[in-house]
Design a protein around this ligand. Sequence first.
Ligand SMILES: Cc1ncc(COP(=O)(O)O)c(C=O)c1O
Length: 353
Amino acid sequence: MISKALIWFKRDLRMQDHAPLVAAQAHDQALGLYIIDPAWLQSSECDPQHVDFTLACLGELRTALAGYLGHGLDASRIWAANGSNEVMTHLLQAFGGPGRSVLSFTPTYSMYPEYARNTHTTYVTVPRLPDFTLTSAMVLAAVAEHRPTIVVITTPNNPTGTTTPLAVIEEVLAGTDAIVVVDEAYQEFARHPERTALTLLGRYGNLVVSRTMSKAFALAGGRVGYLAAAPAIVDACRIVRLPYHLSAQTQAVALVALEHAPELLAQVDELRVTRDEMLVRLPQLGVEVVDSDANFCLFGPFGDRHDVWQRLLDRGVLVRETGPAGWLRVAAGTPVETERFYTALAEVMEEIR
Ligand SMILES: Cc1ncc(COP(=O)(O)O)c(C=O)c1O
């Protein structure tokens, strides 16, 4: 059964004269998604001549992003904003808020609590298993306990790089009416990028897949994040966004980047190889490494990770002191940078032995 995700759309945002929503509404009735009072749709106030506004907002960019993602998506199922930071904020503005909660699984991306705080949404976390994976049973148990409006599953996860299998995500979707946001910020780096939650969108109206141009396109400064979801969820984001939220320059930059996607994504293959080498080389240097599908690896554990971080920095190598206690995160860089990191780490390991 398809979940009625939009039962979560905040009541005070259900503006009955919001014509752009009608098109999506009609479309999503088949999925059982409701933003607008169905009675209004039948009323004389609803003018079907004015209902198809799908492309009125960021039409060209949303069409291009849909083309990039594939999976039969079109602009009506895509939303874009200033980074996936803002996309997530829109979701929480529409579906979170006072008295509601968002659930995530730690260690995970450090900005989620900020989005929650800024939207007065309660932030609830449940620890991942010791190997940083998730099972559907633990996710659904956490959902039953905390009754969140939104569940965030980050895959590959930041800062661990851990992938959550599609089967787990599908079991979660089937087991809850909450909105499930699958944050695939690093999906292009995965060993199997085709194993994406986008493949589940046709079946689950409560699924949101979040993506960004910050990572694989190396365009973090461009500030372009986007999501794929049912049209009614997209239109809920359109209600809460600020007018003209994504500048013409940002849209132009994103469109050019998408036109040149093959060239810009060429480095992804190289970074994947570097990441895979790290998974082999780091244990040879005497540290554990967490299996990663992202463009970074979490390595450790160290009794004093700050000391190791400082010793690496003293050798001109900057890694991230982030994530669970005792662990450090290293990004897959150029071959020269990565060799320098291995050399520095070997020296540090010798020193602290
Ligand atoms: C898991 C995850 N999601 C989202 C983001 C935010 O990306 P953006 O630059 O699109 O806001 C990041 C950035 O580090 C991230 O690690």
